[in-house]
Design a protein around this ligand. Structure first.
Ligand SMILES: *Cc1c(COP(=O)(O)O)cnc(C)c1O
Length: 398
């Protein structure tokens, strides 16, 4: 395939599509079709045998979806991409493709809740065990590697505590053992962080979040080497079937065009909100990768272009104080998900991480006072004024 556009601001708009191929249509057409006709029986035979390129059936491949797959592959600097019906369809297709019964997975100390649930299911059903690792040093990670370790699975920044994992360090350790490293790049997007360039092997996304950017699609994406992507396409994607619809692929292509300017604004707004929160008297702790005093700031600088749009903080008080804060907000909406134009706030202990047992939650640093804010694209002053009035109402009433 090869990247045609080396600057990401141009690639998000043009990569993988040429209007000349489609009657001059500026926007990629939506090929809303389940199947494709063959001219002759022999042509059908050749297509199925892989002797002739061309479309067969939309679970195998679709032209609109293909534009999206080529575009995300180029943006991540990978050889090939695949699109799925959800982030979890992508996560499960990758993890099932990489493992067999009785294998072992090493994962970062903090995972998206449903990824945590999937690993638990794989353990119960197929005896595929997993170890959590803080991944603070090569020695710490190396000590967990076993002959049956099938992959290392990393999220960074880690949700919702914003701890960072040094991806280059992880990739270097994994190379010594020939173990693939999978990175969930949902929080950063290729605009802020490019795991493949740091030596990791597979990148995946919940495209529901920043890639879409408008809160109107649930989707997933995977990028990696051609050989691996083909194997997923022909097994866990084709035979389990969590494919994206052409219309959703089209919405993601539309959302992607503004990814760089959206990520710039998300990061700028968040840094401003961070500085205000840090100085507010009833906020105990604020977690943001772009914080110069963050213990992992040296990792942020090394692998991220900016701090991104997510921030977590602890309200002085109890779970009730955190809930009261949410209930007093007017502009900022109470909702899980992230990366939308609208600012969204949630309470991890009772929402995204409610399934994690309390003890594990505490060891992951998720207290009952912690709230996570996905800073939107509104004027930052409006976001702050809303937060400030809600924070002030807490002290007034107590
Ligand atoms: C949302 C999310 C997922 C799951 O994606 P869906 O699109 O909701 O299936 C996976 N990983 C991370 C980090 C997420 O935020």
């Amino acid at each position: 395939m090869g990247e045609k556009y080396k600057r990401i601001e141009t690639a998000v708009i043009h990569e993988g599509y040429d209007s000349k191929d489609h009657l001059g249509s500026l926007a990629a057409p939506i090929f809303q079709t389940s199947t494709f006709t063959f001219d002759t029986a022999e042509q059908g035979e050749r297509r199925f045998a892989g002797e002739e390129a061309g479309y067969i059936y939309s679970r195998l491949s679709n032209p609109t979806v293909k534009v999206l797959e080529e575009r995300i592959a180029a943006l991540e600097g990978g050889e090939a991409g695949l699109a799925f019906a959800s982030g979890m369809a992508a996560v499960s297709a990758v993890l099932v493709a990489l493992t067999k019964a009785s294998d072992h997975i090493i994962c970062s100390q903090g995972l998206y809740g449903c990824t945590f649930g999937l690993l638990q299911m794989m353990k119960d059903k197929y005896n595929i065990s997993h170890d959590f690792c803080a991944m603070e040093s090569a020695e710490q990670l190396g000590a967990l590697i076993r002959p049956e370790t099938a992959c290392i699975y990393v999220e960074t920044p880690i949700n919702p505590t914003m701890k960072m994992v040094d991806l280059e360090m992880v990739a270097n350790v994994a190379k010594n053992y020939n173990i693939p490293v999978v990175v969930d790049n949902t929080f950063s997007t290729p605009y802020l962080q490019k795991p493949l360039e740091l030596g990791c092997d597979i990148v995946l996304h919940s495209a529901t979040k920043y890639i879409c950017g408008h809160g109107d699609v649930v989707a997933g994406l995977v990028v990696g080497k051609k050989e691996f992507i083909s194997s997923v396409a022909m097994t866990t994607q084709k035979d389990i079937g969590g494919i994206i619809s052409p219309f959703d692929a089209w919405l993601l292509l539309r959302g992607l065009k503004t990814l760089p300017i959206r990520m710039d604004r998300h990061s700028e707004n968040t840094l401003k909100i961070f500085k205000k929160l840090r100085n507010h008297p009833i906020i105990d702790k604020v977690y943001y990768p772009g914080d110069l005093d963050h213990p992992d700031y040296h990792i942020t600088v090394k692998q991220m272009k900016q701090g991104g749009g997510l921030i977590s903080f602890e309200v002085n008080g109890s779970k009730q104080a955190a809930q009261k804060l949410l209930n007093h907000l007017r502009l900022i909406k109470i909702a899980v998900s992230l990366g939308d134009a609208e600012s969204l706030i949630q309470h991890p202990a009772t929402m995204t991480h409610a399934v994690v047992p309390e003890e594990s939650r505490r060891s992951m640093g998720i207290s009952d006072q912690l709230v996570r804010l996905s800073v939107g694209l509104e004027a930052w002053e409006d976001i702050w004024e809303d937060l400030e009035q809600a924070l002030n109402s807490l002290t007034e009433m107590e």
